[in-house]
Design a protein around this ligand. Sequence first.
Ligand SMILES: C[S@@+](CC[C@H](N)C(=O)[O-])C[C@H]1O[C@@H](n2cnc3c(N)ncnc32)[C@H](O)[C@@H]1O
Length: 329
Amino acid sequence: MIYRLSDFQFPDAAARLFPDTPERPFVLEIGFGDGRFWPHYAATFPAAPNYLGVELSGVSLLKAHRRLKDAGLGNAILTKMPADVLVREVIPASSLDQIIVNFPDPWPKAGHTDHRLLRQDFFRLAASRLKPAGSLLLTTDHDEYFEFALEQAQASGAVLTTQGEPPAAALETKYAQKWRDLGLGVNHARFTPNPAAQFSAPHGLTTSYPKDEQAVPHSILTLPDSFAPQDFDKYTARSQQFGSAGWTVVLLDLYTSLRRDGWVALAHTVEGELTQEVLIGITRRDDGTYLVRLAKFGGPIITAGVKAAVGAVTDWLESQGAVVVHRAY
Ligand SMILES: C[S@@+](CC[C@H](N)C(=O)[O-])C[C@H]1O[C@@H](n2cnc3c(N)ncnc32)[C@H](O)[C@@H]1O
């Protein structure tokens, strides 16, 4: 099954994601590529564990989906998003038996280590989502990244490290085969939550698109007779906070609705690695005021950045002479 971000709850529960097999182990694979690992690994268990795979590449997602379907692996969910967003927002605390990372992108250039997945913060987050007896399994050909991950793990204080042989299935992936053909070896480590240092990594403030219309981020305002939508120009807003807690909103365009009296704004939001494209309607109400509201179209999830996008449309309209009578974002 393929899940979009909006198909999840925040946080979700293994029993909801895998209602037919809630008693089975729960395994997350990060960066599954073309999906070769899971059929091999699942076959080493008496019954296939519940599998959640996360990947950035849409092409890989489709290849892996076909592979899991051909292998008859039904209790498997694949999703396309940055791994840290899934782990922070969706995975409940102390719920995973294993996190698998095979041949992560090494980001070898100087100054690019910030892009690496296995940094201190991620080890703390992963430790908080693993069961006490759970583990993160790393297999990589890249010696320098391997040393980097070991150092970051130790510096995090959140995990204990054991080096050893990778599971046989990790040597069946596309990248494993690539390095084997070149005659290169692999490194493997198992990271387990440090029982002496329990870290809690809270979920963000993400929620699903509300069923209750009143809870959808919105504002109500009046527009002056002089309002000229054709004056719209690209508009950018940024939060004061930096890093994953901060957001950037770019209002890209404004379209006239042919069906309703009003317009639709197209916004791009960036929050750390999470990006969303959202639509915000500006619709005339019976009393002559206008409702500025996040549209459900496209499956947005409610984050600080998405609320800020509704705020940015409201602010731009205010700069054009609108008078805001109600804000709820
Ligand atoms: C070098 S490939 C390895 C693929 C596969 N594990 C294998 O061994 O063949 C790394 C994969 O990780 C994915 N990836 C990189 N960063 C990611 C992230 N933050 N979240 C999810 N997937 C990511 C990439 O799209 C790519 O498919």
